[in-house]
Design a protein around this ligand. Structure first.
Ligand code: C2E
Ligand code: MG
Ligand code: MG
Ligand code: MG
Length: 295
């Protein structure tokens, strides 16, 4: 597992070795071509409902398969994509791929089960763009997925760029059937006190609060308080960075709804998700047959 994770995160270049400018220009023109060269892929990381241990949905995570640098993770190119504005096109691609995938998942899994959701990260440039609301509306109309299937993840620093406008856009997105998640909670100036101003359905608690390798005594206390407050504000909680069974057990014990992290699964290809869901569907059919035979 460690090996696969490693391969996913190769440090391709040491920023200290080249100046930023030297790196930026060629990389930007390559990124401009990346979509049409089919170098952009979307991975899906499972999100589990803690109480039942049942798969609940996936977060879509972008990768760039660079011809010489290898598979680049978002840290390596999202800042550049933001600066250059290319994030708008890349983001639209991820959105449409992810929703398309979700529609196929719904065809594989039985209907009496809660539909799997797909959670997609949205950047500042995307959210505040003139036609974002329209794009989401059309996308949801095209795919005809159940309400709540599409979750949009935004960070706190993003909404704070322009809180009034953010509230307005987020409210429209919700009207058209997307649900909204506040990503990376606990990393910024996080204050739950203003959270009620934004129409978030879900708080995603950052991995630094969930799996604290420094063994800080206060971390569980802070985590528990965040979960309690979120619930009092009527919001559900996803914990990121669930790496061990102990993490999962603790989160379940404090009533956190969802867990996401290497313990439940790493980001995987759409193909692997398909195989996983087929296995789940087969397993369920087998159980049903066994039950029918026993009667
Ligand atoms: P994020 O939205 O907070 O996504 C969670 C990140 O944590 C992912 O990193 C995921 O691989 C990683 N992760 C998951 N489980 C664990 C765990 O148990 N332990 C640890 N240490 N890490 C875990 P990734 O895929 O490298 O993405 C990094 C960030 O890039 C994302 O953070 C998100 O902010 C951004 N990003 C990814 N895809 C997109 C996209 O399509 N659009 C935009 N705008 N941003 C994206
Ligand atoms: Mg996210
Ligand atoms: Mg996050
Ligand atoms: Mg993060």
């Amino acid at each position: 597992r460690a090996k696969r994770r490693g391969a996913d995160r190769i440090e391709i270049f040491n920023p200290a070795m080249r100046t930023e400018e030297e790196n930026r220009l060629p990389l930007e023109s390559e990124l401009r071509m990346a979509l049409q060269r089919q170098q952009i892929s979307v991975l899906y990381q499972p999100i589990t409902r803690l109480a039942s241990n049942q798969l609940a949905g996936f977060e879509a995570l972008m990768r760039w398969d660079h011809p010489t640098r290898g598979r680049l993770s978002p840290q390596d190119f999202i800042p550049l994509a933001e600066e250059s504005g290319l994030i708008v096109e890349l983001g639209s691609y991820v959105l449409s791929q992810a929703l398309d995938e979700a529609a196929t998942w719904h065809r594989v899994l039985p209907r009496d089960r809660d539909p799997l959701f797909v959670s997609v990260n949205v950047s500042s440039r995307q959210l505040f763009r003139q036609d974002m609301v329209q794009e989401i509306r059309l996308l949801l109309a095209r795919e005809q997925v159940a309400r709540g299937t599409l979750k949009l993840e935004v960070t706190e620093s993003l909404v704070m760029e322009n809180p009034e406008r953010a509230v307005e856009i987020l409210t429209w997105l919700k009207t058209y059937g997307a649900s909204l998640a506040l990503d990376d909670f606990g990393t910024g100036y996080s204050s739950l006190s203003y959270l009620h101003r934004f129409p978030f359905d879900i708080i995603k608690v950052d991995k630094s609060l969930v799996h604290d390798s420094s063994d800080n005594d206060q971390t569980p206390l802070i985590l528990r308080s965040v979960v309690t407050l979120a619930h009092e504000l009527g919001k559900e909680v996803v914990a990121e960075g669930v790496e061990t069974q102990a993490d999962a057990n603790y989160l379940r014990s404090i009533g956190c709804e969802f867990g996401q992290g290497f313990y439940y699964g790493e980001p995987m290809s759409a193909r692997d998700v398909g195989a996983l869901l087929n296995a789940l569907a087969n397993h369920r059919r087998r159980k049903e047959r066994e039950r029918a035979q026993a009667e």
